[in-house]
Design a protein around this ligand. Structure first.
Ligand SMILES: [Mn+2]
Length: 369
């Protein structure tokens, strides 16, 4: 496929950054105002052009940001579809953020039809109807559901910017499946560092193969269940740590271990584990609910007794000093939630923006080498 064909296809399947949530009246002006800020233009008409120019220069990128405002529900309450826009808004309010650095390209948002998750779940008639709505063409082979669109977009990004590190803004945690699979397809031997209160290790949930609760299971299968999945902060699970570790070969750090051992010892463990298994680069998936709910309650399933943001950041940075970043995501930030707390959602967004800044910085370093 030619470069221009890939850019054209990205323009068809994505929207300019901040525009992935489909709105017609409520929310429209706020969406447009954010897009004018992101693209530094004064008129809405200039947004599309600025976005296209950014896509055409993708070969200069060392880090690529992609928003996926997919929110098929983390089982309880929703709101993560607002994550990508709110995270960008939070980043733009930081003068020193690497989001604004040379070498970071925001390729935009997956255009999300909120009722859809994967194309495999859809009838041919439904796919044709949605293709007509999205592309004006019922016959095209383009996918229509957010996870498939995310995967296709990251495949084009990998071809257009082979050394760039992709960072995905969620969305619910289902988006990590296509994001991790795309990073894995690049051929390097990956370790997966996953912060979460939940294991996300179900093979399927209510008969659904790919969703927020199953992505880590499938990622671990891609890795061959050989111990390269490390989960930090797990504390809301129907099963014991021993169950998960013995059946799936993962390594989990639950709060008891996080509170009794030194972080340094835990970081050394993780680095040694990855080295022993020939890991060349690390993917970091950061579910915001892995962090203690005192710091992050604007999320669908907040959980007490977790690590502090300082602990999460310290571990992330330490591991990413030992290995280059292969890709990453920050997910499950749900700005409409956490209400009743006057500090939310700003506090959650602040913590999430810190996590993103760390990933973007690590991506810029990895993209250099
Ligand atoms: Mn999760």
């Amino acid at each position: 496929m030619k470069v221009s064909e890939r850019v054209d296809e990205l323009v068809r399947i994505l929207r300019p950054a901040g525009g992935g949530v489909y709105v017609v009246s409520t929310g429209l002006e706020a969406q447009r105002a954010l897009q004018r800020r992101i693209y530094e233009v004064t008129h809405d008409a200039a947004v599309e052009h600025a976005w296209r120019v950014a896509l055409e220069r993708l070969d200069e990128a060392r880090v690529v940001v992609l928003g996926v405002p997919s929110d098929c529900g983390a089982g309880f309450v929703r709101g993560a579809n607002q994550g990508p826009a709110a995270l960008r808004d939070a980043l733009l309010s930081r003068p020193d953020t690497p989001y604004l650095a040379d070498g970071v390209t925001d390729v935009g948002d997956v255009r999300v039809v909120p009722q859809l998750l994967t194309d495999a779940m859809l009838s041919e008639a439904q796919k044709a109807a949605t293709r007509r709505a999205l592309y004006g063409d019922a016959e095209t082979a383009l996918p229509v559901a957010p996870l498939d669109l995310c995967r296709l977009a990251l495949t084009h990004v990998a071809a257009l910017a082979p050394n760039a590190v992709p960072i995905v803004l969620g969305g619910d945690h289902s988006v990590s499946w296509p994001a991790f699979a795309a990073a894995h397809a690049r051929g390097r031997r990956l370790g997966l560092l996953h912060f979460d209160a939940h294991t996300d290790l179900l093979p399927e949930r209510l008969g659904i193969e790919h969703c927020f609760a199953t992505w880590a299971y499938h990622a671990n299968e891609l890795l061959g269940r050989d111990g390269r999945l490390v989960q930090v902060g797990i504390r809301a699970s129907g099963r014991t740590k021993e169950h998960w570790e013995s059946t799936l070969g993962v390594r989990q750090y639950w709060p008891d271990e996080l509170h009794t051992r030194s972080l340094e010892a835990i970081a050394d463990d993780i680095i040694e584990r990855f080295r022993a298994r020939g890991v060349q680069a690390v993917y970091v998936s950061n579910d915001i609910d892995g962090t203690d709910e005192r710091y992050v309650s604007a999320t669908g399933t907040p959980a007490p007794d977790g690590p502090s943001p300082q602990q999460v950041r310290w571990l992330t940075r330490r591991v990413l000093k030992a290995f280059p970043l292969a890709g990453g995501d920050v997910v499950e930030v749900a700005p409409p939630l956490g209400q009743g707390d006057p500090h939310e959602p700003e506090r959650t967004l602040h913590v999430a923006a810190d996590y993103l800044d760390d990933l973007l910085s690590a991506g810029l370093s990895a993209g250099e080498g």
